[in-house]
Design a protein around this ligand. Structure first.
Ligand code: PBG
Length: 340
């Protein structure tokens, strides 16, 4: 069978009306000239895990290259991050089992591992920004982000506790409070409490659209909640089928005083990033979460993808979608690569 050429077939020149989009792609210099987005070290926020003890670096199984760090080691990594030019760290604790309880009371200890880490890092590396997670899940013995009573995550009491914790984090030197629990009203309550305690300059990065997601698996291993969590978080995280509701969440958090918005997870939620950026024109971030990191690492370890290229492409895709920056476990690796 020889396919027939249509009678009077148009030439490609006629079809394209001479608008040949490949023209600008032909050389490296012209590709660079018309490139619309770029990834820089200034776009990176590095999430790190903190544990008790000294001189400890525990590898996280499902996140090759990621370690739980004792405070002294976290300080060392903060120094390295600052040298690389990474603007900020986001800290998450793995709390000792004996310190976890029904209500996550240890989040209110001014000397808990997170507050100690903040003070130590701020003292040694004052030029790096510190973002602390105001959420109960590392501190509860059931792994939920709220106070659990009769099978229900109690909203208002959780807000009260998270708010008090946020003030303690600010008092320890945290620059940005990032509440990740999706309780209603938490942003406004935290803003009021920060202001009332003299922390007007401490900002709030709202996990405005945190979706109910299976991509958080390795993180729960990292902070030791994987085996604890009963049920799931559908009654408080956003349904990942929804997009309009994400806009309402962001709108509400901004009205309550959020300085920055975050979308979580990252790559599967590019549409949400773009919607929020277009709608609100606010500083917008995404969290490339543990499961996203693990997928890249696993496929790369098998030789199925080029891990470094996929890392850079996924982060640039988040920038293109509208992110001002990205929380990513790849941060130091990206910074090294960008440095050349
Ligand atoms: C909960 C919290 C989660 C992550 C950080 N804080 C989600 C969860 O465990 O439900 C996930 C981060 C990641 O997967 O990298 N407050």
């Amino acid at each position: 069978f020889t396919p027939a050429k249509p009678a009077g077939a148009r030439s490609v020149d006629e079809i394209t009306a001479s608008r040949r989009l490949r023209r600008m792609r032909k050389a490296d210099w012209s590709r660079r000239l018309v490139r619309e987005n770029s990834l820089s070290v200034n776009d990176l926020i590095w999430p790190i895990f903190i544990i008790e003890g000294k001189d400890r670096r525990e590898p996280v199984d499902a996140m090759p290259g990621v370690f739980r760090l004792s405070v002294d080691q976290a300080v060392k990594e903060a120094e390295r991050a600052a040298k690389l030019g990474i603007p900020a760290l986001a800290t998450f604790p793995k709390v000792e089992m004996g310190l976890r309880d029904r209500t996550g009371a240890a989040i209110l200890d001014p000397d808990n591992v997170i507050n100690r880490a903040t003070r130590a890092i701020k003292e040694a590396v004052p030029e790096i920004g510190i973002i602390t997670d105001a959420a109960l899940d590392p501190f509860t013995d059931h792994g939920h982000d709220g106070i659990l009573r009769d099978g229900i995550i109690v909203n208002d009491e959780t807000v009260e506790q998270v708010t008090a914790a946020a003030v303690l984090q600010a008092a320890s030197g945290s620059d940005i409070i990032a509440p990740s629990d999706m309780m209603d009203g938490r942003i406004g309550a935290i803003r009021d409490a920060l202001d009332a305690n003299g922390f007007q300059d401490v900002a709030i990065m709202s996990y405005a659209t945190k979706f109910h997601s299976a991509f958080y698996g390795p993180y729960r291993d990292a902070i030791g909640t994987a085996g604890l969590l009963k049920g799931d978080k559908q009654t408080y995280y956003l349904d990942h089928a929804n997009s309009d509701e994400a806009v309402r969440e962001a709108e509400q958090d901004l009205a309550e005083g959020a300085d920055m918005l975050m979308v979580k997870p990252g790559l599967p939620y590019l549409d949400i990033v773009r919607r929020l950026k277009d709608e609100f024109a606010m500083p917008t971030f995404a969290y490339q979460v543990s499961g996203e990191y693990a997928m890249v690492k696993a496929a790369s370890a098998n030789g199925w993808i080029d891990g470094e290229k996929v890392m850079l492409e996924s982060l640039l895709a988040l920038k293109r979608a509208g992110c001002d920056g990205v929380l990513t476990y790849f941060a130091p690796q990206v910074a090294e690569v960008l440095k050349g």
